[in-house]
Design a binder for this molecule. Structure first.
Ligand SMILES: [Zn+2]
Length: 160
């Protein structure tokens, strides 16, 4: 009880002390805040300036290195090389397109097992089939015969 009273008395005197000098304290706080804001603003401006400058220089460096890379590529490969590469890529693309059409043609209709005429159940696709489905933009289903465990793939065009 005594301790409590003591504490109360102390806090009361602290409050009265604060009340007495409240005006000065407010002024001091306002003054400090003003000085802080001024200094801080200058600091912020300085850092902002440094940051913007750094960012611009960084972007400039990126543009420079990209341009350098292009120059390197163009300097290294001659026009005939580039045409050659384009032709090879086109040939690959054409072969892939034909191969895709053939694979769809062969694997689109699948009702019963060609081996034993059994029923199918769906099984997980292999990663190769998933790649085919992605790159060829086709629907791929993987089946297993319930009878003879032979696996088959069905490939159809995506309808969309
Ligand atoms: Zn079968």
């Amino acid at each position: 009880m005594a301790a409590k009273r003591k504490r109360k008395r102390i806090s009361r005197t602290e409050i009265s002390y604060l009340r007495e000098y409240s005006y000065e304290i407010k002024v001091a706080i306002i003054f400090a805040l003003g000085v802080f804001l001024l200094v801080e603003k200058l600091e912020i401006k300085h850092y902002l300036y440094l940051w913007v400058r750094g960012t611009l220089f960084f972007i400039g460096d990126i543009i420079k290195s990209v341009a350098g890379g292009f120059e390197f590529v163009i300097g290294t490969f001659e026009t005939s090389d580039i045409v050659g590469i384009i032709l090879i890529i086109t040939a690959f693309f054409m072969v892939s397109k034909r191969w895709r059409e053939r694979t769809i043609e062969r694997n689109s209709s699948l009702i019963n097992c060609p081996n034993c005429d059994g029923d199918f159940k769906r099984i997980r696709r292999t990663s190769y089939q998933r790649l085919q489905s992605f790159f060829w933009w086709v629907k791929v289903k993987h089946y297993e015969c319930k009878n003879c465990s032979q696996t088959y793939m069905q490939m159809t065009e995506r309808r969309s």
